[in-house]
Structures are given as structure tokens and as C-alpha cells.
Ligand binder design. Structure first.
Ligand code: AP5
Length: 222
């Protein structure tokens, strides 16, 4: 019941909780969730051309080249499901060149949700993060433990989720963040991400509900 399909960008440092919040947002608004990290990990696992180009940089915790990732994202956003249902872009844009590429393709968003978490908390989140390869669900050994032993046994740990690699990832984040957020000041929604994930969820959902209902009312009134 939206006037036009929602277009949302979620941003934040590594392990700030983007993937965790995306699980709720995509279910509530029925948007297509596009995580560039997940897309690249799938490309690496499949051994595709993009995967071959991305593999070494991802393992080192470095950003994949703009050329490689911009093409992948633009192509994906042009597909029918994204045009019909709207999208939730997670992990892109990560450089000014990526933000500029979206702008020059005429791609704008309704909200830029920015999760803010201090660096020292992020390291602990990264080291304890685990993923369920069957459902894609994200857990944390301390903050969000798996519900059963069966799930716990099959959990995987990302190769770039070490203290050493997260420092490289954080450096790239801090080098780029201001030049990206300055492109989105008109739609910026900052959230304190170092609180319980349910609180973060409530704040984001409150904001998005208001935003999209307001748009709907505007359409109804005209
Ligand atoms: P990507 O997969 O995007 O990694 P990231 O940005 O580093 O983000 P993460 O997936 O680490 O964290 P998240 O914010 O989703 O946190 P999560 O919800 O899991 O990118 C990986 C790599 O791909 C990059 O390094 C790069 O090489 C490449 N890449 C991707 N996009 C690119 C691009 N655009 N350009 C170039 N290269 C690109 O939460 C983390 C942990 O914390 C979990 O264990 C979770 O359970 C826990 N947690 C979450 N919320 C809370 C809370 N509120 N309280 C306590 N714990 C919490």
C-alpha cells in the first residue's frame, strides 16, 4: 500500500547490525534485500568472474574495486522484483564513487538509515558473530546465541571476522563514511546502534512506518 515501492539504504560500520536489522525490515515492507557482502560471498563461492576478482580483497578485509561492485548493483536494481517491490540496499554505497554512480543513474532512496556504534563494541561483535548456512540467520555467541544445539553445531565463522581483519575494515569505513553521508543529508536517519537489537528495531520501524504512511496520505489527499 505504498505510493511507490520503498527504497531504503542501510549503512554503518562492519558489524554495526545492518544484516540483523535487514531481517526485520525486509519482512515488514516486503522489499528485496540486497546485501553486497552476501552477493559477493555467493560470487566467490560460485567461482564466477566477479567472484574471482573479489576473492583476495574480501579475504584481506579490503574493499572490492568500485568497477566490480557498481556494475553488479546497478544490474540487480534494474531487475523486475526490485522495480515492483522496492529494495533495501545493505553495504552499498561504501565509497563516494559508488554514491556518485547511483546518483548519475538517477537512483535515489527514501531513507538512509545509519547505524552508529563505537569501534570498541564492533570488534567484540565481529569476533563472536556466527551465521547459519541453512537459513542465513545471523547469531552472536554472547549477544544472540542460537536456540538449539543442532543449529549451534552447523554455524560458520566468516574468514574476515577476526580482530586483525576488522581493523582493516574499520579503517576503510572511517576513510569513506563522511563523503558518502554528505550525499544523503536530506534523507538521513541516524540510529544509536549500541543498544539492544529490539530497541534498534523499534526505532527504525517507527521511522519507516511514519515515512511510508505519510507518503501514502500525500497520495490519497491529491
Ligand atoms: P559485508 O558483508 O557488507 O560486511 P560489513 O559491512 O563489514 O558488515 P557486516 O556483515 O560485518 O556487519 P553487519 O552490519 O551486517 O552486522 P550484523 O547484523 O551481522 O562486506 C564484506 C566484504 O565484502 C567487505 O569487507 C568488502 O570486501 C566486500 N564488499 C561488500 N560491499 C562492498 C562495496 N559496496 N564495495 C566494496 N566492497 C564491498 O551484526 C554483527 C554481529 O553483532 C552479529 O553477531 C549480531 O548478532 C550482533 N548484533 C547485531 N545487532 C546487535 C545489537 N544491537 N546488540 C548486540 N549484538 C548485536
Amino acid at each position: 500500500t505504498f505510493s511507490s515501492p520503498p527504497k531504503i539504504i542501510i549503512a554503518g560500520a562492519p558489524a554495526s547490525g545492518k544484516g540483523t536489522q535487514c531481517e526485520i525490515i525486509k519482512a515488514r515492507y516486503n522489499v528485496v534485500h540486497l546485501s553486497t557482502g552476501d552477493m559477493l560471498r555467493a560470487a566467490v563461492a560460485a567461482g564466477s568472474e566477479v567472484g574471482k576478482k573479489a576473492k583476495a580483497q574480501m579475504e584481506a578485509g579490503e574493499l572490492v574495486s568500485d568497477e566490480v561492485i557498481i556494475g553488479v548493483v546497478k544490474e540487480r536494481l534494474a531487475q523486475q522484483d526490485c522495480r515492483e517491490r522496492g529494495w533495501l540496499l545493505d553495504g552499498f554505497p561504501r565509497t563516494r564513487a559508488q554514491a556518485d554512480a547511483l546518483a548519475s543513474a538517477g537512483i535515489t532512496c527514501d531513507s538512509f538509515v545509519f547505524l552508529k556504534v563505537p569501534d570498541e563494541i564492533l570488534v567484540e561483535r565481529v569476533v563472536g558473530r556466527r551465521t547459519d548456512p541453512e537459513t542465513g540467520k545471523i547469531y552472536h555467541l554472547k549477544f544472540s546465541p542460537p536456540p538449539t544445539e543442532e543449529i549451534e553445531r552447523r554455524l560458520t565463522h566468516r574468514a574476515d571476522d577476526t580482530e586483525e581483519k576488522v581493523k582493516v575494515r574499520l579503517k576503510a569505513f572511517h576513510e569513506n563514511v563522511n563523503s558518502i553521508s554528505s550525499c544523503y543529508t536530506a534523507v538521513m536517519f541516524e540510529v544509536k546502534g549500541d543498544q539492544h537489537k529490539k530497541n534498534v528495531e523499534e526505532i527504525i520501524v517507527g521511522h519507516l512506518d511514519t515515512l511510508f504512511k505519510r507518503n501514502q496520505e500525500t497520495v490519497d489527499a491529491s
